[in-house]
Design a protein around this ligand. Structure first.
Ligand code: CUA
Length: 343
């Protein structure tokens, strides 16, 4: 298509095609009925016009079959819209399990993206072809909106919260990235590029980058720098919960509530530690508000995630833990060989 005049942006993901078909259906239905209604208004206005001063309207009855038809047919058409739209909505809101994670931080006025391998980009994002990408996004200041028309992804990026979106690039190329939420003077300049590369080319790009250190290992350094490890010990019971295996698990709180340890939970526990106290522990952790940036938080989250992936420390010993402790899932086994491969 002529790039100067495109009715639709490029379709660079499978979802893009699904969404466009639905849009065309909606447009088609709207166009058909608008035309029909305007044509009927015109025809009836002419056909049933008042022909003389003395003309009176004739009594009219019901046309039941007609009334049923104009109720049932639009209802069916609407239900198609609803089920079709809902199925695409579910598709868009559920990233596949094998999706690669990329972090996005918006700020006035740029997009910062981080790959797990450590590569950081500004106003750019390189992704491999044919692999689903899951974006975990947050903002340092105001509300932005991460908008990639070619993938039909537009999602708000909010301060103090993580939102996720995903896409599966199906066509190599360079595609626009915009901010789609007015965020101040240079909102219109908050733009960039998404580059979809062949997998081999992407591997080369990744290896050639300056990142060097994975997000998780940057997080580990930060963890040690901030002296988190003094209380969150992994080798023996500490004053604060052991974070090994924490991510994704259920955590029981002093209030009796149970929460899932996800990104938002970890973030809150760092910035506002007294909000949720793990059962069996004291409210002694200081806040790190102001000491860590949004990007630092993402590194710490990745580090804690990586602790979850390591083989459970003394899995057998955990089996011998009293049920009360095991349920917490964040306490280290009471006894066992002191080991911490990290140090
Ligand atoms: Cu950021 Cu508009």
């Amino acid at each position: 298509m002529n790039p100067q005049f495109q009715l639709f942006p490029d379709q660079a993901s499978a979802t893009a095609a699904h969404l466009d078909h639905l849009t065309l259906y909606l447009l088609g239905v709207a166009a058909f009925f608008s035309t029909l209604i305007f044509a009927l208004i015109f025809v009836f206005a002419v056909k049933y016009r008042r022909r003389s001063e003395h003309e009176r309207v004739a009594e009219s009855g019901h046309a039941l079959p007609l009334e049923i038809a104009w109720t049932v047919i639009p209802f069916g058409l609407m239900m198609i819209m609803f089920t079709w739209g809902a199925s695409i909505f579910f598709e868009m809101s559920r990233p596949p399990d094998d999706a690669m994670n990329i972090y996005v931080v918006g700020k006035q006025w740029m997009w910062k993206t981080q790959h797990l391998e450590g590569q950081r980009e500004i106003n750019e994002l390189h992704v491999p072809l044919g692999r689903p990408v899951r974006l975990t996004m947050t903002s340092e200041d105001v509300i932005h909106s991460f908008y990639m028309p070619a993938f039909r992804v537009k999602f708000d990026v909010l301060p103090g919260r993580y939102t996720t979106a995903w896409f599966n690039p199906t066509k190599p190329g360079k595609y626009h990235l915009f901010c789609a939420e007015y965020c101040g003077t240079l909102h219109s300049g908050m733009i960039g590029w998404i580059e979809v590369m062949e997998p081999a080319e992407y591997e080369r790009w990744l290896a050639g980058g300056t990142g060097g250190e994975s997000l998780a290992s940057s997080g580990q350094k930060l963890f040690e720098y901030l002296a988190c490890a003094n209380c969150h010990r992994t080798d023996k019971p500490g004053r604060c919960p052991n974070l090994t295996g924490l991510f994704g698990s259920k955590v029981q709180l002093t209030t009796g509530e149970t929460v899932t340890a996800d990104e938002a939970y970890v973030r809150e526990s760092i910035l506002n530690p007294s909000a949720k106290i793990v059962a069996g522990y004291q409210n002694i952790m200081p806040t790190f508000q102001g000491q860590v940036t949004e990007e630092d938080l993402l590194q710490l989250i990745e580090y804690i995630k990586s602790l979850a992936k390591q083989p459970a420390q003394g899995a057998a010993a955990l089996g011998a833990t009293p049920p009360g402790l095991a349920r917490r899932g964040t306490t280290s086994p009471p006894a066992g060989p002191a080991q911490n491969p990290k140090r």
